[in-house]
Design a protein around this ligand. Structure first.
Ligand code: GDP
Length: 451
């Protein structure tokens, strides 16, 4: 399961799918595929069976090589949950030698459990892996973005006659209008924001205030479209799509139980978002539900901004703020460095700071630090505070690179990864956050063994 699911999703010219799933298909399967406005032919290779039978394995290999030779672009799919297998390494080698364009995808990449596998995939030497979930239809935007630049040469653009898309999208994607066209000028690509929080935290009030102020600026209804789950708006010159859990709840209240809905609401909102605004009520901040959703956002790798609402009714503002910051650090250490802003959805005070925090968090979430810069930095960090030497042998950190963005993920090549104490990893993560000014974003740091 995985490759065939993807094949079925895409079914398109000269894109070979290669993976090591125990396959049902033993021969090459071809199909016309469409992804957004791209049309192409997909050749699906058989999975390399877990058969020990040499003749079968040899046949699989030949079929795969044939498909690779026939294809213009190879999509290499690994299972992010399993991580890189020895067979993956074999395929990667065939691809590095025989294929001009390889797109690497880590499938089943939904959720944080897949992170290690995704980062491992960098080690295949085939570039940055796309996080895919064929089953959930996630990552197709990224696949599109990688295919797009190659498309002029190979695939046929079918913008005019293509009706919408044939790719089956998840409900959220369909509603959000994915896949986004990367050809659109970047400033037109909305920043995806979710406002989450307990009932009565003020989510509706906040969103309406933002919309209201925009309306004053742009005239009634101008530039604002509301669909089932999101609002598209231009907030102070930045196009945003805001996932509106409050609106959803009100609509669905009649049919569903509130608690049940709010959990799945929050989850959907977090999955949708690039930046998650956790809206707290100043009178009852950091309730269990707030903590759970903030933690979820961090685990899902979203940028987080904490906004404390109803600040207009607080008297001892200074003192309260100090207490809030202290509670934040204590209760959500995993979100260290995330911005905390105080707002009043009612009066509109603080919304400019909220806006700035969202834009900054998004920027940091997308940030890429050069390998040269990172290694200069790593040298300094190692000097300042050398890694431990368990049983007399010092752990060596050889070099590091940024493996991904959204959120930033780093790989450090080192000896003896299993002996590396958590505290040293934390030292490096905190250092990265401070020295490269990356507040409000989860930072992933993966130690990779290299003896
Ligand atoms: P939601 O359930 O999170 O969407 O919360 P609502 O937006 O419906 O707000 C819940 C209640 O809090 C309403 O009575 C609002 O008027 C009130 N409220 C929201 N924001 C503020 C604020 O900034 N200050 C004050 N004083 N009240 C607010």
């Amino acid at each position: 399961m995985g490759k065939s699911t993807l094949f079925n999703r895409l079914v398109g010219k000269r894109l070979a799918l290669v993976d090591d799933q125990p396959g049902v298909t033993r021969d090459l399967r071809e199909g016309e595929a469409r992804l957004g406005d791209l049309r192409f032919t997909v050749i699906d290779t058989a999975g390399l069976e877990d058969a020990t039978d040499d003749s079968l394995q040899g046949r699989m290999r030949r079929l795969t090589e044939r498909a690779v030779d026939m294809a213009d672009i190879c999509l290499f799919v690994i299972d992010a949950r399993t991580g890189v297998t020895p067979i993956d390494e074999v395929f990667a080698e065939i691809l590095r030698k025989r294929s001009e364009h390889v797109i690497l995808a880590a499938n089943k990449a939904e959720g944080a459990a897949a992170d290690a596998g995704v980062i491992e995939a960098y080690g295949l030497g085939l570039g940055e892996p796309i996080r895919l979930s064929a089953e959930h239809g996630e990552g197709l935007n990224d696949l599109y973005s990688q295919l797009m630049p190659l498309a002029d040469g190979y695939a046929e653009r079918a913008r005019q006659d293509a009706p919408e898309t044939d790719v089956t999208l998840t409900e959220e994607e369909a509603e959000a209008g994915a896949p986004d066209d990367p050809h659109k000028p970047t400033e037109a690509r909305p920043l995806q924001v979710a406002v989450v929080g307990r009932p009565n935290a003020g989510k509706s009030t906040l969103i309406n205030k933002i919309l209201g102020e925009e309306r004053l600026l742009t005239g009634p209804e101008a530039g604002i479209t509301r669909d089932a789950i999101s609002l598209k708006m231009n907030w102070d010159g930045v196009p945003m799509r805001v996932f509106d859990t409050a609106g959803m709840r009100k609509k669905a209240k009649v049919q569903e139980k509130l608690e049940k809905l709010s959990v799945s609401d929050g989850l959907r909102a977090v999955k949708f978002a690039e930046v998650v605004v956790v809206l707290l009520d100043a009178a009852i901040p950091f309730e269990q539900q707030d903590l759970r959703i903030a933690d979820l956002a961090e685990r899902e790798g979203r940028a987080v901004v904490v906004a404390v609402n109803k600040w207009d009714i607080e008297d001892e503002k200074q003192e309260k703020l100090r207490a809030l910051k202290e509670a934040f650090e204590r209760l959500l250490p995993q979100l260290r460095g995330a911005p905390l802003v105080t707002v009043s959805a009612k009066t509109g005070r603080g919304l400019d700071r909220l806006h700035a925090a969202i834009v900054k968090a998004h920027d940091v979430w997308n940030r890429r630090v050069s390998t040269a810069q990172l290694n200069r930095w790593l040298t300094g960090m190692l000097e300042q505070h050398p890694p431990p030497a368990p049983s007399g042998r010092r752990i060596k950190l050889r070099y590091m690179t940024q493996a991904k963005t959204r959120p930033p993920g780093f790989v450090v090549m080192c000896s003896n990864t299993e002996k590396m104490p958590e505290s040293y990893t934390r030292y490096l993560v905190n250092g990265l956050r401070e020295d490269f000014d990356m507040p409000g974003t989860p930072i992933r740091l993966h130690m990779r063994s290299q003896s």
